[in-house]
Structure formats: structure tokens, C-alpha cells
Unconditional design. Structure first.
Length: 246
């Protein structure tokens, strides 16, 4: 980023591109949104960690029952940290964080059920998650090397425009990956709420509304991530095109 900025502020700052300036401001705005989103996740989880579910069961026990009732052999295990919950299809394990595993709160149960929702996606061959995962290798390459290729293209001058565009194209796969992640996360949350309410693990009404708020707060972080990737893509494209003009 600093290299790119120094390029645009060269020659006494006269070459700064207006479009790039707008995108930079947008990126800063999204960065602030990201901080707000993470804060909202933490505060919402803390708020509903004080609401004990009427079922009296721990999040780990409920997650195990949800998986068994859906014919899954995936295991439940504790993991260090707070809100580090995840499902790893390679190990066949749902890892629940310390603040979730043994908790009987609606917040913890919602988080655990969300990870079980991901298990159901994999085991039902959910199309979106299969397609997204097929993009993962090239998306990782794009996220790591796109900026380097764009910078290299700028250094090479006019002949480097193709190199810069290759970097932009690679980042496009990272953007698509992020855009696909949002509906996947929303689907996992919907599956979680359906399983919890239909199984009687949380009561309809206040408990269901609390669980929904926890999951929506988490989903907002993926909205911000998608926005951030979209702005980064436009910023890279603007830089590549400006390099050709200059």
C-alpha cells in the first residue's frame, strides 16, 4: 500500500488519481465498519451470554445431538480462545471455543449450532460451498500476490500493463470467494435456527430472537469483508489503468 501511495504522490503530489482517492476513502470507511462489526459481535455475544436457555443443556451437548440426529459422525471438541469456533472438514471436527463449549447460554448455543449448520452444508453437498472451496487455492494466490504483480507492472511501465491486469484478475478470485462466503454463512445460520427451534433446544420467542441477533451480528462481519474485497479490487483496477495512462 505504501509503495502504491508513493507512486501516486510522486512529482510533488501532482499525479494522484481522483478515482483512487475516492476508493482509498471508501477503504478507510470500510475499515471503520470492520472495527464496528467486530465490536458488535463481541457486545452481542456478551449480552446474550447472560441469557440461559430453558433447555439447560450445554452448547457442546446440543451440538452433539444436532449432529447425531442428522446422521453425522463429526466430533465436537474444545479449542482455545474466544469465539474461535470452526468446523474443519479435513479433520471431521467442530471446535468450540472456551466461551462456548460448556456454556448453557443462548449465545453459545447459537454459535455452536451455526458450526453444525456448516457440517450439514458439507454433508448435503451444498452447491455454493463446493464451488467456493474449489476457488480457494487460486483465491489464496490472488490475495497474496495480486498487489505484488500490480506493483511490478507499474515498475515495468507501459509494457507492464498486462502484468498488472494479471494481478487484478487473480484478486478477482479472492473477491468471488468473499462474495460467496456471505450467503454460505447466512445459510448456515438459517439451518442452525431451524435445527434449534424444531428440536426444542431453544424456545420460540425471546430465546429464538436472541439467537438470531447473535448470528446476524456475526454475519455483518462477512458483509464488511465482502465490501473490503470489492473496494480492494476496484482500487487495484484503478491503479493498473492509471499506470498504463502514466
Amino acid at each position: 500500500m505504501l509503495t502504491l501511495l508513493s507512486y501516486y504522490y510522486s512529482n510533488g503530489g501532482t499525479r494522484i488519481d481522483a478515482q483512487y482517492s475516492i476508493l482509498l476513502i471508501a477503504a478507510l470507511a470500510v475499515m471503520v465498519l470492520g472495527i464496528i462489526a467486530q465490536s458488535r459481535v463481541q457486545s452481542t455475544f456478551r449480552e446474550y451470554s447472560g441469557m440461559q436457555a430453558a433447555s439447560g443443556m450445554t452448547a457442546a451437548d446440543i451440538a452433539s445431538r444436532l449432529l447425531r440426529s442428522n446422521g453425522s459422525s463429526v466430533q465436537i471438541a474444545p479449542t482455545a480462545g474466544s469465539l474461535t469456533d470452526n468446523y474443519n472438514p479435513q479433520t471431521g471436527c467442530v471446535s468450540l471455543s472456551q466461551s462456548v463449549y460448556s456454556s448453557r447460554s443462548v449465545a453459545a448455543i447459537a454459535v455452536a449450532a451455526h458450526e453444525c449448520g456448516h457440517v450439514m452444508q458439507y454433508e448435503s453437498d451444498y452447491t455454493a460451498i463446493k464451488f467456493r472451496n474449489s476457488l480457494l487455492p487460486i483465491a489464496n494466490i490472488g490475495a497474496r500476490f495480486s498487489y505484488l504483480l500490480v506493483i511490478l507492472g507499474l515498475i515495468m511501465g507501459a509494457m507492464g500493463h498486462i502484468v498488472s491486469l494479471i494481478g487484478v484478475a487473480l484478486f478477482a478470485f479472492a473477491l468471488i470467494f468473499q462474495l460467496l462466503t456471505l450467503p454460505i454463512e447466512l445459510d448456515a445460520s438459517n439451518r442452525a435456527l431451524d435445527m434449534l427451534t424444531s428440536g426444542g433446544y431453544i424456545q420460540r420467542g425471546e430465546e429464538e430472537a436472541a439467537a438470531r441477533k447473535v448470528l446476524r451480528a456475526a454475519a455483518f462481519t462477512y458483509v464488511v469483508a465482502a465490501l473490503s474485497s470489492a473496494i480492494s479490487f476496484l482500487r487495484l483496477l484503478s491503479i493498473a489503468n492509471s499506470g498504463r495512462r502514466n
